[in-house]
Structures are given as structure tokens and as C-alpha cells.
Design a protein around this ligand. Sequence first.
Ligand code: ARG
Length: 458
Amino acid sequence: MAQLWGGRFTKETDQKVFAFNASILFDQRLFYEDVAGSMAHTKMLEKQGILSKEDASAILDGLSSIRKDVEEGTLEISSSYEDIHSFVEAVLTQRVGDAGKKLHTGRSRNDQVALDMRLYTRKKVKETDAALKQLLSVLCHLMDEHRQTYMPGFTHLQKAQPVTLGFYLGAYFEMFRRDRGRLSDIFERMNYCPLGSGALAGTTYPLDRDFTAKELGFYAPMENAMDGVSDRDYLLEYLSALSILMMHLSRFSEEVILWNSNEYRFVEIDDAYSTGSSIMPQKKNPDIAELVRGKTGRVYGALISLLTTMKGLPLAYNKDMQEDKELAFDAMDTALACIELFSDMLETTTFRKDVMKASATGGFTNATDLADYLVGKGIPFRDAHGIVGRVVVSCDEKDCAIDDLTLEELKAFSPVIEADVYDAISLETCVNKRNTYGGPGAAALETEIAGAKKYLES
Ligand code: ARG
């Protein structure tokens, strides 16, 4: 048991209490951030004349050697320390002697941990953004490839109107684009430095908080020291953004699972991203998509957990806040892995154009277009809707598509129908005439894809 405090205690900490209180098993992830924060703090202390040049360079050399040794695996982060901050300071003092004991001048673990967690989260925000960008480029590629891959669009999971796969995927492109937007908003708001907040009320030393903020790549120091040590909004925002992102991935996974089913057969997930059954030899299961869908719950759980932890906390630091780490780390790992695996799975999935097209052709996906055709011949839309409804009932009885009816049969429903009807309600026309901005028509989709490409280049 190695602790940074003890002066005012007359008894040893109980072993169980130590274990319950300790965070090193999970906050050792913050090692590199902790060292970076300590280095910036040391440089600032020296610049301000609070530390001598000799002490500062002893500390900086010591911290570099610790970082190098941990990196190379020659120094193990030992769980006999309470937390990562204690570990670094204790090893530093073993290595450089009394200078090491001066590192914590004008600093508290409260602003130290606030800094470390913020630095770590900032790094993860960037990593998440990069993974999302990769997923978007896979999507953009597929959109381009499948401009003319016809498929049914659904509402209520019933065939509604024909679209193209490129258009369908474009909807997901927009969702993930917004997810990136959220990450960049979060970055802008979170990129302020808590270091120098002290325990809660700053310090009497003449710290230069602007210096450490710049040194660590922040825009500026946080305005209020009490907020500096108490704020976990940035983490909640990040977990919210991850939750929304996971919701998008989960919806997409659900589609892939449906499309991969024996009933749909729209896609075939690559063997490398499928798994088999231990008993049923014919099975090829969409486990990756199911896991992404399932893991969404874990990420939501981290958000709800931290919101609940924070809701009753008075200012300023409370030990409850140590609970911000384990689930948040898990959520970050989970979301990143899900984006990457989903992206790879998508890239290798085969889309069965023939099955999709056949499915778009049946099921009255051109019923709206027949109504629009009648409107073109001067019939009010509401009447046209009624006429087509009767056509659909009749086709249903005959078990055929609208296009299968002869001109005579069609004319029986409305005399305005001419031979040009077949072209007007063909799959190609139905899709390609939908050229309203944002629509699936070839021209509209062209604009959308050009915009997506431009966005990815910028
Ligand atoms: N392990 C602690 C945490 O994660 C570090 C801060 C400890 N500060 C304190 N006053 N006990 O929050």
C-alpha cells in the first residue's frame, strides 16, 4: 500500500479500504496524460521561479525516464499504489530524490485528475472522429457504386416506394456526418484546461495558467477553479454523442441482419465477418452486426451511470467522481471497436442486386407513381388515390403486379390511361424521376454524392 498522504493519520489503512478506494487498476490508462501534465506543470513552475532550474530539469529527466521505461516495458505500473498519480510521483522521487517531492507544488490531485481525464477524452474524441471518417468513406464509395442498384424503400417495414441502395446508404452517411459534427462541437467546448484549479480554490503560488494551457494544446485555462475540478460535462457530452452514434450503428446493424436473413437475401455478409452454429451446419450468422446492436446498451449504460453519479454532487470534488472512469473507458473502447468492425464488415458485404431489384418490382412500390400519372392526365390527386387503391385490390386478387395488367384492364379503372402508363410506372422511371433535392433520382443522387465526396476531401 503506497499513498501520498498519511501525515495526519495514526493508523494504517485497512487492506479492504485500500482496495475499495484505489483506482490504479483502471486509471493507469491515464499514465501518458499524467506525465504530460506533470511536465507542463514543472516547466511552468520553473518559468515562474517557483522551482529552481536544477530541480525542474531533474524532474523533467525523471519523468522522461519513467515514461520511456513504461513504454519499453521495463517498468511495470504497480497496483500497490493508490492511483496513477501516486505511482508517478513515488517512482519519480525514488529516481531523483527530493526534487521529486516538489513536483506537486501548487497542484492537487483534483485538478490533476481533471486534467488527465480531459486530455485522455480529447484524444479519444479525435480517434472516434478518425474512425467515423473512415466509415463515411466506405459509405461514400458504396453510394457511388450503387447509384443504380434498385431496391424497395420501406415504411412500417412494408414496401413503400422504390429507391436505390446508393440513396439508402446516403441516409446513414448523413447520420454519421452529424455524429462527427457533434464530436467537433464537443471538442470546441471541452478544450479548456483545468490545471491550476488546485483542490478547488486555486493557489497562492503565482501560477501561469495560460502557459500550461498552451503547453498542453488547450485554447485557454478554465475560467473558474471550482468548476475546473468539478466539471464532467465534456465526458457526459462525449458519452451522449457515443450513445447517439451507437444508436445509428445499431439501426444499421438491424438492417444488415434483416437483409442477411433467408427471407430478404438482400446481402451476403462475408465469411470473415460471419460465424457458424455448433449444431446446425447450414448456419452463417451475422454475429458482428448483432454484437454491435447489443453493445449499444453498454454505451447507453455508461451515460446513464455517469449522469446518475453526477446528479447529487455538491461542489467541488467528491470521490464519487472517480466513478467517471471505468464505464466511460469501456464505452470508448466499445464504440471505437464497433465503428471499425462495422466499417470493415460493410466494405466486404455483397449486395445482391438481382434480389433487391426483384423485391422492388413487386409489392406495389409504383402505386404512388400510377396515382401521379393520373394526376398528370388531369385527375385530382385524391380521386387518383382511390382509383389506384381499387387497381391494387384487383391485382391482389389476381396475384399480379400493376405492370402485369393489360391496357384494357387498366382502362377499366380509368379511361385516361394510355399505353404510356407502362413507362411511367416502370421501376427506372419511379426512381429516376424523383429528383427533388435530396431524392433518389439519378440527378439528385449525383448532387448528393458529389457533396459527400467534397465533404470527405475537406
Ligand atoms: N483517483 C481519484 C479520481 O479518480 C483522483 C483524485 C483524488 N482526489 C482526492 N481528493 N481524493 O478522482
